[in-house]
Design a protein around this ligand. Sequence first.
Ligand code: GAP
Length: 440
Amino acid sequence: MSSDANLNNVTLEQIVSLCKRRGFVYQSAEIYSGLNGVYDFGPLGTQLKQNIKNAWTKALNTGEQDVVFMDGAILGAQAVWQASGHADNFSDPLVDCQNCKKRFRADDINLEKPCPSCGIKKWTDIRQFKLMFETNLGAVSDNANIAYLRPETAQSIFINFKNVMSSTKVKIPFGIAQIGKAFRNEITPKQFLFRMREFEQMEMEFFCQEKDANNFFETWVEKRLNFYKKIGLDMSKIRTRVHEKDELAHYSKNCTDVEYNFPFGWKELEGIAYRGNFDLSQHSKFSGKDLSVFDDETKESYMPHVVECSVGVDRLFLTILFDAYTQDTVEGETRVSLRLHPSIAPVTAAILPLSKNLSENSIKIYENLKQKNFKVQHDESGSIGKRYRRQDEIGTPVCITYDFDSLNDNQVTIRDRDSLKQERISIDQIENYLNNILNK
Ligand code: GAP
């Protein structure tokens, strides 16, 4: 059997359809015609997301530098976002079509041209649209009770910087990392998980002395690229792009985006930013609490500088699906498979009895692997070919078939998703085999 892979023609529609069909992602509130820019994750999507988070966490714990973790609140005090600059600066330019009333991000469209929706050219002036979701705490809705749903997880880290330092043994340089929800009232949520209104971020703020900041910045860019390589992304579709001075965020001194070549063009996957000491200085100023650190060598206090790595879980999820989606021809039939790295795949192995009469034995193998925390499925329904296709489509790296010979020789056939190679291994070698591919 051979596989003639056609790797690059995937469309967004194919990904959306696969996600729904196989239980990765659903439009939120779909039965009520959907909530725009908001998605729910199904059983396979939840596992894929978890695997992405585990891989990210593992990549930060290389042992060279201390990185500790925290989990901050989603509701943010007004003062935090005033100090961070978001209350004043975190907005996108908005323009309306006066004819059809559709809204656009002004930087997304050409205002010299007619409205792409109705074909009439009648634009309003550009206004700034605030991206933070505002709410009120308690029963009284006045200015004093305003809170915001955080638009980035980073500020929870800055406001707890002193708490973490005084309650743990970490010393500068060190990082604080966090995975958590963030919310932005995007004017035009689009491209499925690429730009959402509710999403999850994986952020790490690395605190260091000013003199070391550029070096750490370079180190982290390299480490983050290594991470993408390790999880199996096609590195010819990854590039870095240094921000021009006029596109830097209000807090940033230097920023490099890791970009991916999506079907809709090269776009930001992750931002790596040198934030200077902007955030800690602002929070010191606004809160009146000194967030500087005492240097035992120079006997002087200084405000640490920060290098930030920030990537969206959902955006990386989408990137991984685009990267893995493959159509090829197997035995004259078109097959869809997800070439996911085994450590990312939601199911590592599927156990398939060749006939239902063999399922008592194959279930034993399945139960044993499950008990040892392998992510496995047992599937006995339909022809073996159909079962292979189902597993290929959800990215299961190997199928393990229990057949009539297995009854005598205690061996099973392992079929590789990508090469379609089949090999016989003994049942007591399955765990080793799976551990090897997981740690590849
Ligand atoms: N703390 C820095 C920060 O939040 P950002 O470039 O605005 O920087 C970082 O966001 C990452 O979060 C992006 O590179 C992207 O992966 C993800 N992200 C941002 N907005 C998003 C959205 N609306 N939907 C999905 N992911 C988003």
